[in-house]
Design a protein around this ligand. Structure first.
Ligand code: TRP
Length: 331
């Protein structure tokens, strides 16, 4: 907790490939969040290099990610938006917390196991200690809540274990963070296999709709969405494909499920799929327009990054000095 205001902290990977699941499940709700908490959003470029990156692409995606979040409604005046490598306190605290994290704990992380399989030729120490850097991100800001997807829950739990261990040795150092697992984002399923969550890394391009897909692509993907052999637009058990499309349509239009059932009474899946594609495009075309405007204004983006990093560094420095003092470093 900082100055009586509760803190929310989230890290976002520098990838422009955000899906409508990310948008509907998380990003769209960010503006409501900033009314409740002091919010930090960090583009985690230091985390990104745990797997090999093409330098020009990493740089481009860092700008794009920031521009996309702003275009989706994240107001840089009301939130602290910054780039991880601009605040060196993150890596400094990460070293310290490495000395309070056990080899066995890190070995149990499922993301490490998955990524080691996927990048078998590059199982580097950074990939192994990735969760310690993430714990540093969170603990530096005396964070109360961490909005994350379910895949990051284990990392937040490890962060809590590290904080507990540190606080036992050096009382009152870190605030204990709670994960907040987003609900509705989990409900947006793949268009190809509607029992599976829509994932930005899905190999089947038709399974995923990206925020930055053009209108024709969006409509084509919805047209090809897997449904069932029934013909009635109705939310029911066993109709996973249609249920998913109804959820998406409902999120974009604000209509309830029963309103949607009425709207498409007597119409087939073809008409419905087209309507979902159009509703998605109508909602996201203005976001894309804003994204392009912001991205074209590098000076503005750099100003946002700079202001964010200065603000973040102010809070980070306070925690880091406290940690160093407690450890017995001469400061
Ligand atoms: N590891 C997170 C992911 O891959 C990103 C992240 C880094 C993060 N630092 C964080 C998320 C701190 C929440 C809090 O999605």
């Amino acid at each position: 907790m900082l100055n009586e205001q509760k803190v929310s902290y989230s890290g976002v990977q520098p990838s422009g490939n955000l899906t409508i699941g990310n948008y509907l499940g998380a990003i769209k709700n960010f503006s409501a969040y900033s009314e409740l908490y002091k919010c930090f959003y960090c583009v985690v470029d230091s985390h990104a290099i745990t797997v090999r990156q093409v330098p020009a692409e990493l740089r481009r995606r860092t700008y794009e990610t920031l521009a996309l979040y702003i275009a989706c409604g994240l107001d840089p005046e009301k939130n602290t938006l910054y780039v991880q490598s601009h605040v060196p306190a993150h890596t400094e605290l990460a070293w310290i917390l490495n000395c309070f994290t056990m080899f066995g704990e890190l070995s149990r992380m499922t993301q490490f196991k998955d990524k080691s399989e996927k990048h078998a030729d590059n199982i580097n120490a950074g990939l192994f200690t990735y969760p310690v850097l993430m714990a540093s991100d969170i603990l530096l800001y005396q964070t109360d809540v961490v909005p994350v997807g379910i895949d990051q829950k284990q990392h937040v739990e490890l962060c809590r274990d590290i904080a507990t261990r540190f606080n036992q040795l050096y009382p009152d150092t870190f605030t204990m963070p709670e994960p907040i697992i987003s609900k509705s984002g989990m409900r947006i399923m793949s268009l190809a296999e509607p029992t599976k969550k829509m994932s930005k890394s899905d190999e089947n391009a038709n399974a995923v709709v990206y925020i930055l897909d053009d209108k024709d692509t969006m409509i084509r993907k919805f047209k090809r969405a897997v449904t069932d052999s029934d013909t009635v637009v109705k939310y029911a058990e066993g109709k996973d494909g249609i249920n998913n499309l109804m959820t998406i349509y409902s999120c974009f239009t604000g209509k309830t499920i029963s309103e949607i059932e009425k709207e498409f009474e007597g119409k087939g899946y073809g008409d419905f799929k087209l309507a979902v594609g159009e509703a998605c495009a109508d909602a996201l075309m203005p976001v894309q327009e804003k994204f392009r405007q912001i991205l074209a204004d590098k000076a503005y983006l750099e100003e946002v990054m700079k202001k964010g990093a200065d603000e973040a560094a102010y809070y980070a420095r306070k925690t880091l000095s406290k940690v160093k003092r407690k450890l017995g470093f001469v400061i």
